[in-house]
Design a protein around this ligand. Structure first.
Ligand code: FES
Length: 73
């Protein structure tokens, strides 16, 4: 879904930024410029950003140790 038409920002772009550590809406705007032209998308962008943060908390990035199967073990 396109969130910001002016800067061609999608919900996937916002989700990616959150996954990569974007922690504030101001930072998101700095990275993607979402909501920085006409401003019509700002409410939707904020809601999408909040939803992505919540989803990230529900499914935090995990590091799963790689286990190498030992043949015959
Ligand atoms: S639609 Fe996002 S700034 Fe215009």
């Amino acid at each position: 879904m396109i969130v910001c038409i002016c800067h061609r920002v999608s919900d996937r772009d916002i989700a990616r930024e959150v996954r990569e550590g974007c922690a504030s809406f101001a930072e998101l705007q700095s990275e993607l410029r979402v909501g920085t032209h006409c401003g019509a998308c700002t409410d939707c962008a904020r809601k999408t950003f909040a939803a992505c943060q919540t989803a990230g908390e529900a499914h935090p990035m995990r590091v799963v140790p790689l286990q190498i199967a030992q043949a015959g073990a």
